[in-house]
Design a protein around this ligand. Structure first.
Ligand SMILES: Cc1ncc(COP(=O)(O)O)c(C=O)c1O
Length: 492
């Protein structure tokens, strides 16, 4: 079953979209149905309205918008003709994109060592200075493990204890047998999909979302349904009704400082998600990659963050994935899954067919780093807060027509551009020595051309210079092209 958008919901989105892009006001000579069709198309292209969503019946939308049914009929016809809607008599109308408008999501981000290039393609930071001492201590911790074979598919007990202890501190009592160590959050997701989702089964993802998660779903040959996150975050009614209607095998959500939008899911919605998922037969995969990176002061005190989604789970439906890449270092390749003990045991058995176990020494380094958690995380937060504010100030000064909601944590600003030119701008910016991830990298379907993800993980001087070059590239775009376009940027 596909997701449905109700008349009142679509009317709300259309109003918000019209205000955002400034199409309100005198309609000029264009007929009303053309304006409506253009607005629905705009919602789709911007990724605010997901693909494969059933549109409201003509009568319902007409009532919600206070216009005549004939206008809605004509607008739907126009959308069918342009390839943005398909209809089946008696069944309804669904959103789609014209043939050939899908983009692949299998891009691979590769760090560049090109001199002078400012690389904003990746949202990750260098290792903390504590890594060297942690690694030296880990070498001395290694001795007792060398007497055994070293394969531990669940992961080392010391590390699982440290991670379980952290969940317990956050108000989510957890035992070590509910935790399995993986090669980063990416492997945690991949293993869960192998275990839970057979090819052809449905999976629900947010749009926009983290591109490498999309790649994992696509390689697992899941059938994707999407839920579009709005400019202010999740619309609780729409998300819950989408979960109910999609009846997906799994739903993948990033509630903390969502990548790329930066939103933080409120507690009230977290509470409603597990029961809705349970009723739909859906397991929730909750990606907590950024949970430690609250930046605003009111969120950094103990207990100030909304509770973990898993804290509201009464039926074993929530699988939480987390890791050390964002608050510590991506090069460690340490992540984990937290879930019901029996499922974790099945996951460990499945993992043996993939890579047997995580490296012992790396897990010992991770354990030593976690002992320094408070120092490392608070330094990270301080640095990210300054860099976030620098990036925001530079954007406001150099690109005042761009809009964004200042994220309260995480590592990225999701900027809404003044026009749907993100991919062209990314190509043109690379000629000027800035690499950025254009909006369509984060949508399953080639939408999001009006958005760009800008990480604030680089030093302040680089961020200021990157925005200056982006502003120059944006001005250049409006001039006739002087250079041939460079090869397609490949980013994650
Ligand atoms: C939401 C999200 N999940 C997973 C990952 C991958 O994490 P890891 O390096 O632990 O595999 C990232 C990295 O950017 C991410 O943003």
């Amino acid at each position: 079953m596909s997701a449905i958008v109700r008349g009142a919901q679509l009317a709300r989105m259309l109003n918000a979209w019209q205000v955002a892009v400034g199409v309100r006001g005198p309609a000029g000579k264009r007929p009303e149905y053309v304006i409506l069709a253009n607005a629905v198309r705009g919602l789709l292209i911007d990724g605010r309205l997901a693909l494969g969503v059933r549109l409201p019946a003509e009568r319902e939308l007409a009532a919600a918008l206070g216009i005549s049914r004939t206008t809605v009929t004509a607008a739907y016809r126009e959308l069918r003709e342009s390839g943005h809607v398909s209809s089946r008599r008696g069944a309804g109308s669904w959103t789609e994109l014209p043939a050939g408008h899908r983009v692949g999501t299998t891009g691979l981000w590769t760090p560049s060592d090109e001199a002078g290039l400012i690389d904003l393609g990746c949202a990750a930071m260098p290792a903390p200075p504590e890594l060297t001492a942690a690694a030296a201590e880990a070498v001395t911790d290694l001795e007792p493990y060398t007497a055994g074979p070293g394969y531990q598919p669940m992961g080392l007990l010391v590390l699982r204890e440290a991670i379980a202890g952290r969940y317990t501190e956050r108000g989510l009592p957890t035992s070590p047998d509910q935790v399995m160590i993986t090669g980063g959050v990416q492997q945690a997701l991949d293993l869960l999909l192998r275990l839970l989702v057979a090819p052809g089964q449905r999976a629900l993802v947010e749009t926009p979302t983290y591109p490498n998660a999309l790649s994992a779903f696509i390689s697992g040959r899941a059938r994707l349904s999407s839920y579009a996150i709005g400019p202010d975050g999740w619309d609780a009614d729409l998300l819950l009704s989408t979960v109910r209607a999609a009846q997906a095998r799994v739903a993948y959500l990033i509630p903390e400082f969502h990548n790329p939008t930066g939103h933080l899911m409120p507690a009230a919605l977290r509470e409603k998600l597990p029961p809705a998922a349970h009723a739909a037969g859906t397991d929730l995969i909750i990606d907590e990659s950024f949970v430690d990176l609250a930046l605003d002061e009111d969120l950094t005190a103990d207990g100030a963050m909304p509770p973990a989604v898993a804290g509201f789970d009464r039926t074993g439906r929530v699988l939480t994935i987390g890791g050390m890449s964002k608050a510590f270092w991506g090069g460690l390749r340490i992540g984990w899954v937290r879930g019901p003990g029996p499922l974790i045991a099945r996951l460990a058995a499945a993992r043996v067919g993939v890579d047997m176990a995580s490296p012992v020494l790396d897990q010992l380094v991770a354990t030593r780093l976690l002992q320094r958690r408070d120092t490392i995380v608070s330094a990270r937060r301080k640095q990210l807060l300054v860099q976030r504010d620098t990036l925001a100030a530079a954007l406001r000064a150099e690109l005042p027509e761009w809009r964004f909601v200042l994220p309260r944590g995480g590592m990225v600003i999701w900027a809404e551009l003044d026009a749907p030119v993100s991919s062209a701008l990314a190509r043109s910016a690379e000629e000027l020595g800035v690499r950025v991830a254009p909006g369509p990298r984060f949508g399953a379907d080639g939408t999001m051309e009006r958005f760009m993800r800008l990480p604030f993980t680089l030093p302040e001087t680089d961020l200021i210079e990157a925005v200056r070059r982006l502003a120059e590239a944006r001005t250049d775009l409006d001039r006739p092209r002087r250079h041939a376009w460079s090869a397609q940027t490949i980013l994650a």
